[in-house]
Design a protein around this ligand. Structure first.
Ligand code: E4P
Length: 217
């Protein structure tokens, strides 16, 4: 499963990209607003930091303007993926962008039927929002599982990008459900490797090693 960062904080992306474990980045209008910087500048910087797909979301809601914005964003860098909301106009723009060989991430997906339509429109990625489904009394993990099953049954190439992940359990569930990728806020990414027994075990190993008086080099 590919791991993307869900943030527009360039400094954080630069720091976490050093792990060699960041396969891409997703942004949305809320994250761009939080950065307080011009969108094209932020996206261009992120695209230089991470080679993988970088999602940049259109702000228009009508087909013609979405297409124009999508073409403009795709021109910022070769690894830009145009993020489009899951609406009728958004799906029409997705089809048109796919016909222009521009990659898309169809976002705000909350049902299998919506995911099916995104795949039929030629989306490169679909983003089901696990956390927001859970917030509204649903089960985000089941949505990922069901989309996976439908895509496999009908051989759709669209990749399932689990989004709106809030904690490590969501990452586990997305991986078990067969998501192709998961996009994580930086704090969730950082927490993935932490385990108290790892820390405790390492402390013990280091204390015992110190007693030997040896050095490896
Ligand atoms: C990513 O593509 C989404 O925009 C993001 O994961 C939404 O997360 P949230 O529900 O925590 O805002």
């Amino acid at each position: 499963m590919k791991i993307f960062l869900d943030t527009a904080e360039v400094n954080v992306i630069a720091e976490l990209a050093q792990t060699g474990l960041v396969d891409g980045v997703t942004t949305n209008p809320t994250l761009i607003a939080k950065s307080g910087r011009p969108m094209a500048e932020v996206i261009a910087e992120i695209c230089r930091l991470v080679e993988g797909p970088i999602s940049a979301e259109v702000a228009a809601t009508d087909y013609e303007s979405m297409l124009a914005e999508g073409r403009h964003l795709a021109g910022v860098a070769p690894n830009v993926v145009v993020k489009v909301p899951l609406t009728w106009d958004g799906l029409r723009a997705t089809r048109a962008l796919a016909d222009l060989n521009i990659k898309t991430n169809v976002t705000l997906c909350f049902s299998v039927a919506q995911a099916l339509m995104a795949a039929k429109a030629g989306a490169t990625f679909v983003s089901p929002f696990m956390g927001r489904v859970d917030d509204h009394g649903g089960v985000g993990a089941e949505l990922i599982q069901d989309i996976r099953e439908v895509y496999d049954r009908y051989d759709f190439a669209t990749e399932v990008l689990a989004a709106s992940l809030r904690h490590g359990a969501h990452v586990r569930e997305a991986a078990l459900a067969g998501a192709d990728a998961a996009t994580l806020p930086p704090d969730v990414f950082r927490a993935l490797v932490k385990h108290p027994l790892t820390d405790k075990g390492l402390d013990q190993f280091l204390a015992d090693w110190a007693k030997t008086g040896q050095s490896i080099l």
